[in-house]
Design a protein around this ligand. Structure first.
Ligand SMILES: [Zn+2]
Ligand SMILES: [Zn+2]
Length: 287
């Protein structure tokens, strides 16, 4: 009963939050930031296209735009925010039952905000880099991750084209490490917006010249190889797994840019038979 109350309360809370986001534009508003960032990166694609012959409205542009809003906002409304609150509460109860009532190992909440944002970005991205490697390594996880790799023409919105099971996997696996440094599930607008901007740029048809910073920040020249149809024989489980930062790949030997990847063929073997609509991609693995 207690879990049911948590579920309905957070579902209502999320619905109210979403309505508030849409109806009240402000500087702290994710909904309008997502629109603004997307518009800015799309403008860069139109003004300085990396692949000049790629259509302005590339294949799956609208599908990806839908995924973007679904994964960022609507999926939580379907019940994920509520379900994850219940999972967190059940997890806390289970820990309390064995005598652990606080996971915090390093308390960063008293640090200056900028330092907290930096720690959150780095820790979360390192967890995500590891989860992303798992998505490529574990066969049932790869089945869900294929949605993201089914992109054949790359553009900014492909960033948030992924199956909702990825949300579940990332968020549940990041819970413990983030709780250990005293963060909740989605703290800090700025950290999330920075990650969104870099993720958009990684996927954009625009190659931002980063200079030596490319060894720290992920970028389109590197990430396009992550989407390559054909992988080098010694990289059959993938390469360039970085999300926001590229340094993990350089540090752990998974970085690989064999040539200029501007026109490399994207996708994976068998893509010809892979579903192409949102509903089919969403239910493909369950039917
Ligand atoms: Zn991947
Ligand atoms: Zn990608």
């Amino acid at each position: 009963m207690e879990y049911f109350d948590t579920f309905t309360a957070s579902f209502e809370g999320y619905a109210r939050y979403l309505w508030h986001e849409v109806t009240t534009p402000s500087w702290g508003n994710y909904f309008y930031w997502l629109i603004g960032l997307s518009g800015a990166v799309y403008a860069l694609e139109l003004l300085f296209p990396w692949r000049r012959d790629q259509p302005r409205i590339r294949r799956d542009f609208w599908l990806d735009a839908f995924y973007m809003f679904f994964n960022f906002f609507l999926f939580s409304l379907v019940g994920f925010a509520a379900a994850s609150e219940v999972a967190v509460e059940a997890f806390r109860d289970a820990l309390a039952a064995v005598g652990i009532d606080n996971l915090v190992a390093v308390e960063v909440a008293s640090w200056p905000a900028a330092a907290q944002v930096a720690v959150l970005l780095v820790v979360k991205d390192f967890v995500h880099w590891n989860v992303h490697r798992l998505l490529h390594r574990v066969p049932w996880m790869w089945e869900f991750h294929k949605v993201h790799h089914s992109v054949v023409q790359m553009g900014f919105a492909a960033h948030l084209r992924y199956h909702w099971m990825e949300n579940v996997t990332y968020k549940s696996l990041q819970y413990v490490p983030l709780a250990m440094i005293g963060f909740g599930i989605d703290d800090f607008l700025w950290a999330n917006l920075f990650a969104t901007a870099i993720g958009h740029l990684n996927h954009a048809n625009f190659a931002l010249p980063l200079g030596p910073l490319r060894y720290v920040l992920n970028n389109s020249r590197m990430h396009i190889w992550h989407h390559a149809w054909e992988l080098p024989p010694d990289r059959r489980y993938g390469m360039n797994f970085g999300l926001t930062f590229s340094c993990w790949d350089y540090l752990f030997g998974t970085a690989c840019i064999p040539a200029d990847g501007r026109d490399v063929k994207l996708g994976f073997p068998g893509l010809e038979r892979y579903p192409r609509t949102f509903l089919r991609q969403t239910f493909h693995n369950f039917l």
